[in-house]
Write a protein that binds this ligand. Structure first.
Ligand code: ADE
Ligand code: ZN
Length: 321
């Protein structure tokens, strides 16, 4: 078996790495009753029709996460799996509002994740960054309150992101929150063009000033936008297995990744929510290589793009590779 390509993962929701086995173990530890008999029955629920049908289960299962240790265990398990698949650097999303809404303090979440991330270089050979996401189907006021609540932990947080149900919640809804985040020195990314239209990608760039677009899949419907993304070298953190599981595309063989690379887009490949979508990032690299017939040079381009699009500074970037 050849060693996996060294790569960075830039689009990974830590709550989306909650495997059924860990969910049941944490449920037992925290006295939570899950509405599934066992891991097998839970896995049977992983048949999604769209983003919302996935989000319903994703938020439901988070009920098992209670303590600092739970978040540490979750993140450490991800880092071990990612490292085994060649990940040298991971920029990890988390959804504080999904936890504070359940009465879990933001400090519990961040402290728990930070404990796993602090030891990640020594334990797993993976450098890390944390990106705090706002839930776009919640209000802008709630996002602003979340940014305020995160202020004691800003030394732990590299940037902000925007996720959850996209359609009907355009990036412009969060103009002030992103301006406040920028004033605090935070980097900026946002999900756009996963289910939402190409104009959401434009808004994320022009109104929020993001440095990367998470997904960006639907840019292919708009040649003028593609031209701009190529010209400005805007990284897209694509998640091909997620696109298939959430029915944005029918089968992986139809994914536009190869033509996006050919068009000169700064595409990267990521796992999104690997416990739910059938693979971690190394599995995703293998799957797209097989389904789309990508050659070695294209695979190397994807790996190179992942470091180039990361928030590592240049020195760290070279060391991680
Ligand atoms: N939260 C977790 N995964 C997500 C995705 N693929 N899109 C939007 N929000 C998410
Ligand atoms: Zn995502």
């Amino acid at each position: 078996m050849p060693l996996p390509l060294p790569k960075a993962e830039l689009h990974l929701h830590i709550e989306g790495t909650l495997e059924p086995e860990l969910a049941f173990a944490l449920a037992a530890r925290n006295g939570v009753t899950l509405p599934y008999a066992d891991t097998e029955q839970l896995r049977e629920a992983y048949l999604f029709s769209d983003l919302q049908s996935f989000l319903d289960l994703y938020y439901e299962l988070m009920a098992v996460l209670h303590t600092v240790d739970d978040f540490t265990e979750l993140a450490d398990a991800y880092l071990a799996r990612a490292a085994a698949q060649g990940v040298r650097h991971a920029e990890i999303f988390f959804d504080p509002q999904a936890h504070t809404a359940r009465g879990i303090p933001i400090g519990t979440v961040i402290e728990g994740l930070a404990r796993a991330l602090d030891g990640a270089e020594e334990r797993h050979g993976v450098s890390t960054r944390l990106i705090m996401c706002f839930l776009r189907d919640e209000s802008a006021e709630s996002a602003m309150a979340t940014l305020e609540a995160a202020k004691p932990y800003l030394h732990r947080i590299t940037g902000v992101g925007l996720d959850s149900a996209e359609v009907g919640h355009p990036p412009s809804k969060f103009r002030e929150v992103y301006a406040a985040a920028e004033a605090l020195g935070l980097r900026k990314v946002a999900h756009a063009g996963e289910e939402g239209p190409p104009d959401y990608i434009r808004e994320a760039l022009d109104v929020l000033g993001v440095e990367r677009i998470d997904h960006g899949l639907r840019c292919v419907e708009d040649p003028e936008l593609v031209e701009r993304l190529v010209r400005e070298r805007v990284p897209l953190t694509l998640c091909p297995l997620s696109n298939v599981r959430l029915r944005a595309i029918d089968v992986l063989e139809d994914h536009p990744l190869a033509s996006m690379l050919e068009a000169g887009l700064m595409a990267t490949v990521n796992s999104d929510d690997p416990a739910y979508f059938g693979g971690y990032v190394g599995d995703t690299f293998d799957a797209v290589r097989g389904a789309l017939g990508l050659d070695r040079e294209q695979m190397r381009t994807l790996a190179r793009n992942s470091f180039e699009a990361s928030f590592l500074d240049d020195d760290e970037d070279r060391r991680a590779r």
